[in-house]
Ligand binder design. Sequence first.
Ligand code: GSH
Length: 251
Amino acid sequence: MPAKLYSIPGSHPAMAGRLMLERKGIPYKRVDLIAAAHKPILKALRFSGSTVPAIKLEDGRKIQGTREIARVLDEIVPEPPLFPADPEARAKVEEAERWGDEVLQSMPRRIAWQAIDRNREGMAGFLEDAKLPVPKGLALKTAGPIIKAEQKINNSTEDTVRADLAALPGAIDKVDAYIADGVLNGAEPNAADYQIAVSTRLLLNFEDLAPLLEGRPAADHARRIVPDFPGHVPPALPADWLAPVVAATAS
Ligand SMILES: N[C@@H](CCC(=O)N[C@@H](CS)C(=O)NCC(=O)O)C(=O)O
């Protein structure tokens, strides 16, 4: 039995899980779950946590969380490595990976649940390559309560998303700095490349936010590491929320 990767449509950490499995050449079957409903389903499948990516390995071991996944995959399939062998270089990659997980990752997630609520066309894009247990039309028609549930799960509110949009220009500067320092975008992708690029690649799918990244090293890096990320969200967020992003784009 190949490994099983549990995902939800549009999940950027699940995309990191997927890309790391592919990098290691580990065969897997992707199982798409419906957002919010995925939490009790993962519990029923006896995963200890409620987040995707969640992977059941060929040997039955269950792993969850992009950082744990990177380490376990390196342990079971050492080549090509997801972390540098040199301890100092590894520490830098781990620091970038931690920031990518603990700080950057939740920004596009919180923003996405507000944007999709305001423009449902955006939701359809994320379902493009999904294999859901219900017809896509039905999933879209019944998306309202799922969006509200996900906003609650992720603390996606007007206030948190305004704060994310204010912090986003600084976050993209930080990604560019990691690239300039050689922590990201080396010849061989590392765990931090996957962790960070899935977030920046998801941001590129938002018409409201792509201009902040376009033409910058962070955008080239995102497209190199994550060539395809289904989804396109037309303009959705209120102009006053976007003011810090627009100001940073113009400067
Ligand atoms: N930071 C963790 C968690 C990922 C995460 O929060 N995934 C979201 C979907 S994008 C999720 O499953 N949320 C459900 C929950 O928070 O219970 C990781 O990198 O694996």
